[in-house]
Write a protein that binds this ligand. Structure first.
Ligand SMILES: [Zn+2]
Length: 343
């Protein structure tokens, strides 16, 4: 391996090639991807007062992670109907396509889409899928959904979310997972919901190892038996666990810009993504909630190249790892892999 100081710096052309690479994104919260201007426009239409949600420059305003969750939930107040979610889907897929994303999965929460009611959830899902099909036709970006429960809403609300997921599982709803505040409750409290989703044939992921340490990542693997982990980066604090992740092939949905913005690491150079990859862990790259964290997929790829010297081939390999770890069916995956080969 080349030591960092021995590497040739990447040229402008190298960085332009990297920015233009086709990309696959696995960790994106549907509401968290809402462009601020879209949310402001909807608030105006509906006369919803969103004071405190935006800074003077129009970006989302929050102080820390818990406050971010509050602002996130406040912004989602304007998303009140299936039609609103259809419009949101179009807006976020425009951003994905503009960043070269050819396939993405978003986290969809029945708690935000119909309050956990199955009938309402089906209507939201219908509107989202219609918008996604139009975006695939018009912009060439493929979307699939991963239903999520919200950890700080507790295990009792995770069950109806899992039921919504199980009842709509198929070629479009392809996974089940959990987001929210990692410091609340224990992963094993959510086992019932995860088992219900697994029995319905859904693939599993959960946020873990962002705010809590390696034991949380181990619990995600051993207790919830997930195929992927949202973040998982603090596994680096326990090398035996890192080796377990490498051996079992559990995939990390790493969101470097999100981690740095929220202060999990002071800067990208201190971020463990490169060390995890060097030790054999399957890492992928995502944006989490891009407008909240002032990022997008192009910026993530370019920053990784500049910080760790990852060249276009390294980032192509990371993208392939993401395509292999996508929860979609084989036909869709083959189509994505073929597109990655030809670009
Ligand atoms: Zn997330």
């Amino acid at each position: 391996m080349t030591r960092r100081e021995d590497r040739e710096p990447l040229s402008e052309e190298d960085l332009a090639e990297i920015a233009a690479l086709p990309k696959v994104e696995l960790h994106l919260h549907h509401e968290g991807a809402a462009p601020p201007a879209f949310i402001r426009g909807l608030a105006q239409e509906k006369s919803v007062n969103l004071s405190g949600v935006f800074r003077a420059d129009g970006s989302y305003a929050y102080r820390d992670f818990v406050h971010f969750l509050n602002v996130y939930e406040a912004a989602t107040q304007v998303l009140q109907t299936p039609r609103d979610y259809g419009r949101l889907t179009t807006a976020l897929l425009e951003d994905c396509a503009a960043n070269g994303v050819i396939y993405c999965e978003t986290f969809l929460s029945p708690d935000f889409c119909g309050g956990g009611d199955l009938g309402a959830w089906r209507e939201y899902l219908h509107a989202i899928r219609e918008a996604a099909e139009a975006a695939e036709r018009d912009m060439g970006v493929v979307l699939r959904g991963v239903v999520t429960c919200v950890r700080h809403f507790g295990p009792d609300r995770a069950k109806p979310a899992a039921r919504c997921a199980a009842e709509t599982a198929g070629n479009w709803i392809v996974g089940f997972g959990m987001g929210g505040d990692e410091n609340r409750g224990e992963l094993r409290d959510f086992m019932y919901a995860f088992d219900m989703a697994r029995e319905a044939g859904l693939k599993l992921t959960t946020h873990a190892g962002e705010w809590r340490g390696p034991s949380e990542v181990r619990a995600a693997v051993e207790e919830l038996r997930v195929a992927r982990i949202g973040h998982g980066v603090r596994a680096i604090e326990d090398l035996a666990l890192v080796d377990l992740l490498a051996e079992t092939g559990v995939v990390l949905e790493v969101c470097p810009g999100s981690n740095v913005t929220l202060g999990v690491y002071p800067d990208l150079a201190a971020h463990p993504i490169a060390r995890l990859r060097e030790r054999g862990v399957k890492v992928t790259v995502s944006t989490d909630d891009p407008p909240f964290f002032h990022t997008n997929m192009r910026r993530e790829y370019v920053s990784l190249a500049q910080t760790f010297g990852w060249d276009a081939d390294t980032l192509r390999a990371v993208t392939r790892t993401a395509a292999d770890a996508a929860f979609c069916n084989t036909d869709t995956r083959d189509r994505i892999l073929k597109q990655l080969d030809t670009k």
